[in-house]
Design a binder for this molecule. Sequence first.
Ligand SMILES: *[C@@H]1O[C@H](CO)[C@@H](O)[C@H](O)[C@H]1NC(C)=O
Ligand SMILES: *[C@@H]1O[C@H](CO)[C@@H](O)[C@H](O)[C@H]1NC(C)=O
Ligand SMILES: *[C@@H]1O[C@H](CO)[C@@H](O)[C@H](O)[C@H]1NC(C)=O
Ligand SMILES: *[C@@H]1O[C@H](CO)[C@@H](O)[C@H](O)[C@H]1NC(C)=O
Ligand SMILES: *[C@@H]1O[C@H](CO)[C@@H](O)[C@H](O)[C@H]1NC(C)=O
Ligand SMILES: *[C@@H]1O[C@H](CO)[C@@H](O)[C@H](O)[C@H]1NC(C)=O
Length: 489
Amino acid sequence: MRTIRSPTSGIFLTLFFLNLSFVFFTFLKDEQHLHLHHHHHHHHHLVSHVSINSSSANQSLDKHRLKNKRRSSLERIEEGLAAARASIKEAIGSRKYEKSNEKGIFVPKGPIYWNPHAFHQSHTEMMKRLKVWVYREGDPPLVHEGPVNNKYAIEGQFIDEIENGKNSRFKARHPDEAHVFFIPLSVAKVIHYVYKPRRTKYDYEADRLQHLVEDYISIVAQRYPYWNRSNGADHFLLSCHDWGPRISYGNPYLFHKMMRVLCNANTTEGFKPSRDVSIPEVLLPFGKLAPPDLSLPPRRRTILAFFAGGAHGAIRKKLLKQWKDKDDAVQVHEYLPKGQNYTKLMGKSKFCLCPSGHEVASPRVVEAIHAGCVPVILCENYTVPFGDVLDWRRFSMEIRVERIGEIKEILEGVSEKEYLEMYGNVRKVKRHFVMNRPAKPFDLMHMREMNHIIHTSFPMKDVDKNNMVDHECTSDSERVNKKEDESKD
Ligand SMILES: *[C@@H]1O[C@H](CO)[C@@H](O)[C@H](O)[C@H]1NC(C)=O
Ligand SMILES: *[C@@H]1O[C@H](CO)[C@@H](O)[C@H](O)[C@H]1NC(C)=O
Ligand SMILES: *[C@@H]1O[C@H](CO)[C@@H](O)[C@H](O)[C@H]1NC(C)=O
Ligand SMILES: *[C@@H]1O[C@H](CO)[C@@H](O)[C@H](O)[C@H]1NC(C)=O
Ligand SMILES: *[C@@H]1O[C@H](CO)[C@@H](O)[C@H](O)[C@H]1NC(C)=O
Ligand SMILES: *[C@@H]1O[C@H](CO)[C@@H](O)[C@H](O)[C@H]1NC(C)=O
């Protein structure tokens, strides 16, 4: 069993922030290296060209000047990051919350956070400093646009927020001030437009997607110095689609440093918690930012455990085989009986089962949290979102796949007191799984703090190994009306 709460999955935007410390060190080294190297070259050019063509020499000088300018912008960025790290460390040591200039801003407290002070400070630093450069190359619909509804909604919502968000304070005005660079390509849109029609086996090969991403990167790497200077380590691409992880399979070298922000944070599929970021899959009903709130208070929750969904993948098959339509307390359905309302049923259940389907991430986890239903995660090799900030044991359960047959006993074994505590924590953690437009502090888009610092200075507590199952939940297709966004599974 590996530990799920992977050390470094990050939280969204901020993720980048602290990871950067790391990136930047490497950067400066590279840059220095480059610089020296170039120096050398310049000499060469100067010597050979001056006599022949002085305008060339002038160009070299300009380049040289530019280089210096760039270097100092990197140094400025590094100084800012060093200050951010220092104040996070200090907040950890002093256990104090820095007063915010912004009124009414939420302050994280309590056991759902591994370290609320670090989280708070990291968020504060992010709000103050983080700048993201969004590459402008390319035209919609494959880039600069993504789905804003259904289960891949986060792709489009994120692109729209960062590019057009009215108060997107994170948008860099110039790439020289950016901490991170965003490649605004939506995998879901590519699958939708490029993989059509789908008739032969070839129509399911990932290479067309891979080439598109590689072409985009090669264009920006030709035009600007940013990709090359870090080998992409400060660049990221965000995808919720099942095929997201595949973007990098065709050319592992090109992508070995780039951050991938993925819903399908399947470690067996190459998700690297130290480099990539796990984000929640959120199924947005058309025109809405959340499912309807049909959540009942604990005493009116009459169902012990609830699941409805298709028999996708091995874990769900196992679950359905053992529990489908067999028990009133543990209600497991492949198809909901007519007249039943999915959201309503979640709102009157104590526990909501979130098994993997074809892929690890499932919108159920977020739906359960919205419905005040304690998520029960039945997964393997899944890095849960925001696991470096949030202590998932406080508001969710994990049951190992081998113990699916014991679900009822295990859940009945949870005392009323323990359940109420988890229920209360689900209510508290909800704000981090809520999507707002424009995004708000500590909401889903803003979650994504600390990472490296916290984890280098604060290794995760020893987690009770018995409770740990690898998280793996799947993206759920059965409730999605639009079939065209689906991958072959
Ligand atoms: C000098 O170099 C510039 C730029 O490389 C070029 O456009 C120009 O024709 C050159 N002039 C001569 C005299 O070679
Ligand atoms: C070189 O640059 C300087 C200042 O930037 C300019 O005054 C000068 O005319 C340039 N020389 C040539 C040959 O382009
Ligand atoms: C970045 O590296 C690639 C591959 O080595 C090269 O083709 C490209 O010209 C470089 N970009 C810049 C801006 O120097
Ligand atoms: C995935 O999960 C299985 C079952 O828990 C485990 O045996 C395996 O080592 C995991 N693989 C990776 C790469 O984490
Ligand atoms: C469930 O009920 C709510 C509230 O009545 C409604 O908004 C929602 O569309 C229903 N969901 C389904 C899947 O019918
Ligand atoms: C995770 O990835 C591995 C390797 O591709 C795959 O075999 C497994 O089915 C995936 N897990 C889920 C739940 O899809």
